[in-house]
Write a protein that binds this ligand. Sequence first.
Ligand SMILES: NC(=O)c1ccc[n+]([C@@H]2O[C@H](COP(=O)([O-])OP(=O)(O)OC[C@H]3O[C@@H](n4cnc5c(N)ncnc54)[C@H](O)[C@@H]3O)[C@@H](O)[C@H]2O)c1
Length: 212
Amino acid sequence: MHKLNKNVTMSSASIPTIRRLPSYLYLVRKAKEEGIEIISGTVIANELDLEPIQVRKDLASTGIIGKPRVGYKVTDLIDAIEKFLNWDKKHNAILVGAGNLGSALLGYKEFTKNGLNFLAAFDVDEKKIGTSINGTKVHNISELEAFVRNEDVQIAVLTVRSGIAQDVADLISEAGIQTIWNFTKVKLKVPKDVLLLKEDLSSSYAVLSVYS
Ligand SMILES: NC(=O)c1ccc[n+]([C@@H]2O[C@H](COP(=O)([O-])OP(=O)(O)OC[C@H]3O[C@@H](n4cnc5c(N)ncnc54)[C@H](O)[C@@H]3O)[C@@H](O)[C@H]2O)c1
């Protein structure tokens, strides 16, 4: 059992395992493009600077079993990781705060490739409302509740400025969205049944600043 935040408990592979799986998938998809049919755990481990035992354990959690001293069939491995991550399915999302970061996320093709499907964006800026940003229509934030009532929205990506993040998060959870991907700097308070994930580029930049 692993906790994603203090409110939500999930039974699954460990969070570090889940976080490593996309880098395996990227590598194996690249191998497929290069015409490679079989790939070993050791090759994946060497490429990613990991221990082979770690890679085998992570891959085993997707349910795939490699052939000893041979490896994994590339197409089977791609299927197994995609299925395990649920990246073979669509995940309907809305984005709230179509500014600099929000616009960039709306245009990130890798998300689309892995099932993240932006149905709409929401903002308060009259100049943005009614326009399309990277193919996604921007609606007035006042329409959010009605939109969520009529559409099957699973995820809200939160990219408003930090000062109003809690108010907007309240609006999102009251509208009934159960997962919030929080890109703001605020440690949000959400109801127990809402899954909350916080993203922070600044912490990576801090490490880089101290060590470079
Ligand atoms: N997680 C990260 O690594 C990371 C990196 C960069 C920025 N950020 C954070 O992302 C957020 C957005 O940054 P930015 O540079 O894109 O800001 P921005 O000002 O360009 O964009 C914010 C957008 O939110 C809109 N907005 C304001 N009030 C709103 C409301 N009530 N409802 C809906 N939309 C509303 C604004 O009109 C604007 O379009 C900030 O909180 C910032 O700290 C996070």
